[in-house]
Design a protein around this ligand. Structure first.
Ligand code: SF4
Length: 266
């Protein structure tokens, strides 16, 4: 699918839940948020049908996100339903890895190819301060299990204040080297003020070559993270919602007052 600026849109990011088992200071308030009602969340069948339609229109790369996708019950079944769709060349998931020790093997067997794992620090105290949860041991066990299961590629996503030279980022980089993993550094973004940067070690945030659209946890097709434009699939239907989103995709992001990282999956 080619948008109005000649960009080929081949990448779909799907937020399967707004729930998360962390409370990262840059993403969610400590007390949590008013979560979506279950009836507001798309069902697995709706997500699979939407993805099938998107693939028939040119999507080849699919990423499952959240909130935290592993807290959505039956997530392995959803991965299997999506991996059965012909035409998907790259199926991956962004997870905080807390539950990965339990899920890595079934996810791999269900057809998941790659993992992006959120890890902002390998210092237990700092990790707990940033995420407001003391879960680093479980995360590291989950990563070891994922390596064991033979995923095609495991990348670490490390959120930084400014750059990769910060102490926590250096610690994550050293850990990644030791484990033979890729790492990329994501400077803290702000949807309300429209502050975002190109991902260090990735292509996210480079509007000139943007190839993505998003499906939010409550079923809106979003042409851009830093915009309030969205089209409800339950209102327009899958194909029309995608066509409208591609047609309305802005040249570059500005800001968003209606989205939160935990319900659009960053
Ligand atoms: S801000 Fe919008 S256009 Fe720019 S890279 Fe992000 S999603 Fe794409």
């Amino acid at each position: 699918m080619i948008d109005s600026y000649g960009r080929n849109i081949t990448y779909l990011r799907i937020s399967v839940t707004d729930k998360c088992n962390l409370r990262c200071t840059y993403c969610m308030p400590e007390e949590g948020v008013d979560e979506l009602k279950h009836s507001d969340l798309l069902t697995f069948e709706e997500i699979a049908e939407f993805t099938k339609c998107a693939v028939s229109m040119g999507i080849t790369k699919v990423r499952l996100t959240g909130g935290e996708p592993l807290v959505r019950r039956g997530i392995v079944d959803l991965v299997r339903m999506i991996s059965d769709i012909e035409g998907i060349e790259d199926l991956s998931m962004t997870t905080n890895a807390i539950l990965l020790k339990q899920y890595a093997k079934p996810l791999r067997e269900a057809g998941l190819q790659r993992l992006n794992i959120s890890l902002d620090s390998v210092d237990r105290g700092n990790y707990a301060r940033i995420t407001r949860r003391d879960e680093l041991p479980a995360v590291l066990e989950g990563i070891d299990e994922a390596i064991e299961c033979g995923f095609d590629r495991i990348k670490l996503n490390c959120v930084v204040q400014k750059d990769r030279n910060e102490p926590d980022a250096l610690g994550v980089a050293a850990y990644a080297k030791e484990k033979g993993l890729d790492v990329r550094f994501i400077r803290t973004m702000n949807l309300d003020t429209g502050e975002f940067w190109i991902v260090d070690g990735g292509t996210g945030g480079d509007c000139s070559i943007c190839n993505r659209i998003r499906l939010s946890a409550d079923g809106h097709v979003l042409p851009c993270l830093f915009s309030d434009i969205g089209f409800a699939v339950r209102e327009y239907g899958n194909r029309e919602a995608i066509e409208k989103a591609i047609g309305a995709k802005p040249e570059k992001g500005t800001l968003s007052r209606s989205h939160e990282f935990y319900n659009v999956g960053g």
